[in-house]
Design a protein around this ligand. Structure first.
Ligand SMILES: [Zn+2]
Length: 482
């Protein structure tokens, strides 16, 4: 793909020059343990919001607002616990320029040295030999959030105008269900976010460790349960075995009718709703940096259901899957208890993809399970229901924003980025797309092995610095109307 290059070298050089300051800014952010899941650390989450406000002010952002989201809904230990504010700010408001909204989160996952960290999680450690920064939040998501601020600092230093108007939306509850975010985005759609042309989120990762990616799709998830109950209480198999209808026997039979051991969903009609694969989409999988070995390493086994890279990725990203998760009420401990459980609840979920209609899927699931139940002729009671659902998201990887991000990536990394999807969900993506009615781009900074939610979370310095260049470069290509 050839394209007309912009001369961004002065910007890239300035980012390189400012590298020590950028690392220092991230170090200060990591030092604030803004763990949203820990009520006792809530003041630190709020402190982090104020840290960002101070940074935004000094960089020249305007219309800075801390949006109060009220108290946190139960369950909470402190019923008056306040949700951390959402930080909004603008840089520029020229009606002739496009407006890009960037989302990030300033809260982090919990972390204790005792969990097995090699370094203090809230003291950023720069390993110069490896060129890696360790610390909770380096990659998820303080690195990218601070990255956007660094882009502005480099422009200020150069005396360059930003090619777009920038709106930032930083939340402090992402790791705890983004409480309050949906409503705020809807409320501000025609207020603070009015005129936004495009939303960019840097809160996911490269697929592997070598090649940058842009992400254009996420699977959804519909989660169900099957409830089977019979006896009035748990019974003993020595007394009742063979003479009453056992709920577990029924449930195991039903769960065995959902998916086969090659991963094929047995519910009629599900695959009929899946969007056909076009040649253009198929070609996107050709050059992706991934292998069966990487899957084996990630799963810690050699149990892959598919032989080659393309089939594996398609089944992770663009085909639905059904997983059996567990049975509530069943005997699950060690040993040989002779119980007959009175009531069991089987849990399973379906990862959804375009063009599966969520309501239609529910109907197919209910019909299939009910039919299989009727075939059993059991005297037990039965129910199947949806626990929760969240839709899939897919964007056009050939649209303006993806094209601009691709060009910026090529300028910085000298390689065409892989166009990836993810098998899981990032619910905020859909929130923004729906509420604002604009396209969303997922532009990750970190690598697939950063350990976002585990011990020894890290961000490679090249990813941080080149990430800043890519974020800034994206704004330039997008701003000129790629
Ligand atoms: Zn995150």
């Amino acid at each position: 793909m050839s394209y007309e290059k912009l001369d961004l070298q002065p910007f890239f050089d300035t980012v390189d020059e400012l590298k020590p300051q950028f690392i220092e800014r991230l170090r200060k952010a990591i030092a604030i343990p803004s763990v949203s899941a820990d009520e006792t650390l809530r003041p630190q989450v709020v402190k982090m919001a104020h840290f960002l406000v101070d940074e935004l002010k000094s960089l020249g952002f305007h219309d800075i607002q801390l949006k109060d989201l009220g108290t946190q809904p139960p369950p909470v230990a402190d019923p008056k616990l306040q949700l951390p504010p959402i930080v909004l700010a603008r840089f520029g408001s020229n009606p002739d320029k496009k407006t890009v909204l960037v989302y990030g989160h300033y809260d982090v996952q919990p972390a204790l040295k005792d969990d097995g960290w090699a370094t203090e999680p809230f003291e950023m450690t720069l390993n110069e030999a490896q060129d890696i920064m360790y610390g909770r939040g380096t990659t998820d998501d303080k690195g990218p959030v601070i990255g956007w601020l660094n882009v502005i600092e480099a422009h200020n230093k150069l005396g360059w105008e930003l090619p777009v108007n920038l709106v930032v939306c930083f939340e402090g509850m992402e790791e705890s269900g983004s409480l309050g975010l949906d409503k705020l985005v809807e409320d501000e759609a025609n207020q603070y976010f009015k005129g936004v042309d495009q939303v960019t989120i840097s809160d996911n990762y490269w697929l592997g460790t070598k090649k940058p990616v842009l992400t254009y799709g996420l699977r959804g998830c519909n989660y169900y349960q099957i409830i089977v109950e019979g006896p009035g209480a748990d019974l003993h198999s020595g007394i009742f075995g063979g003479i009453i209808a056992e709920p577990m026997t029924d449930l195991v039979h039903l769960m065995g009718e959902l998916v086969d051991n090659k991963g094929k969903i047995l519910i009629p009609g599900v695959y009929d709703m899946v969007a056909p694969l076009t040649d253009k989409e198929d070609a996107l999988y050709d050059n992706i940096d991934f292998s069966v070995d990487e899957l084996n390493a990630a799963s810690g086994s050699e149990t892959a259901l598919h032989e080659n890279k393309k089939d594996i990725l398609k089944h992770r990203w663009r085909y639905p899957s059904l997983s059996l998760h567990g049975i509530e009420g069943a005997f699950s401990g060690a040993g040989a208890k002779t119980v007959i459980p009175a009531k069991v609840v089987g849990k399973f979920s379906i990862r959804t993809v375009p063009d599966i209609d969520s309501g239609k899927l529910d109907q197919l699931v209910f019909e299939h399970v009910t039919k299989k139940w009727q075939e059993l002729g059991s005297k037990n009671k039965f129910k199947v229901e949806l626990i929760h659902d969240g839709n899939y998201w897919v964007s056009n990887p050939f649209n303006k924003a993806f094209t601009a991000a691709s060009h910026a990536t090529q300028d910085v990394w000298n390689v065409v980025p892989d166009m990836t999807r993810e098998g899981g969900s990032i619910p905020i993506t859909l929130t923004f797309e729906k509420a604002l009615g604009v396209d969303v781009l997922l532009l990750p900074m970190g690598r697939g092995d950063d350990g976002a939610h585990s011990i020894n979370e890290k961000l490679d310095v090249p990813n941080y610095i080149n990430g800043c260049k890519t974020l800034g470069g994206f704004l330039h290509y997008y701003g000129r109307g790629e």
